[in-house]
Design a protein. Structure first.
Length: 202
């Protein structure tokens, strides 16, 4: 999972679990921001069935109780639903369908650890893609909610060996960019900031 690209968490999970646990299918469902629905992570424009967290389904129980929950599948298989958390907060469920014969206590513990690893990867992935953000949305957010606060960094060159990292920003057609620069007292510095701001926006 460590080498998986941010957009490829689900297909990578399928490959890894198929090889190590004979999993036949893997799905990641994320809760919407109101914690009322579990929405499958799919590659747009594809969609999947949305599940209410209150309908009593096994996947909903796994989310509510944070306990591994079994669901009978086609003959000879079961689906194990595992809560996915990020920094202690419930964010979704990892559902793994596998042969009933391969499901034991050791397998359950291994899959719980795998679900925890998915949670850690989501934290990193959200910095590079909005795939999981969009999966959690019930509708398009307002402009204020869409605003993306980049991580604060010291200005490049402010100190010797300043640790400066590029931070990618996802922009889609019709998105608006608002660029704010701090006011400068010296007129020449203010003019330089204005020129730089103009250059960065084509």
């Amino acid at each position: 999972m460590r080498s998986a690209s941010p957009e490829a968490l689900v297909p990578t999970a399928r490959e890894l679990l198929a090889a190590h646990t004979q999993a036949r299918d893997v799905a990641l469902l994320l809760a919407d921001y109101g914690l009322t629905e579990l929405r499958p992570v799919t590659t747009p424009p594809h969609t999947g069935r949305v599940i209410s967290v209150h309908d009593g389904a096994p996947v909903a129980r796994a989310f509510a109780t944070e306990a591994p929950t079994l669901e009978a599948g086609v003959p000879g298989t079961v689906t194990l639903h595992l809560s996915v958390t990020v920094r202690g907060d419930r964010v979704g469920v990892l559902s793994v369908n596998l042969p009933k014969s391969s499901l034991g206590m050791a397998a359950v513990m291994e899959l719980r650890a795998f679900a925890a690893a998915i949670g850690h990867k989501l934290v990193i992935a959200d910095r590079h893609t909005d795939l999981y953000l969009r999966a959690r949305r019930r509708q398009r957010l307002t402009l204020a909610a869409e605003m993306q606060e980049l991580e604060a960094q010291l200005p490049l060159g402010m100190f010797e060996d300043t640790d400066y990292r590029e931070q990618p920003l996802s922009v889609a057609p019709s998105d608006r960019l608002v660029i704010v620069t701090a006011p400068r007292r010296a007129p020449q510095r203010r003019e330089a900031a204005d020129r730089a701001r103009t250059r960065c926006v084509p």
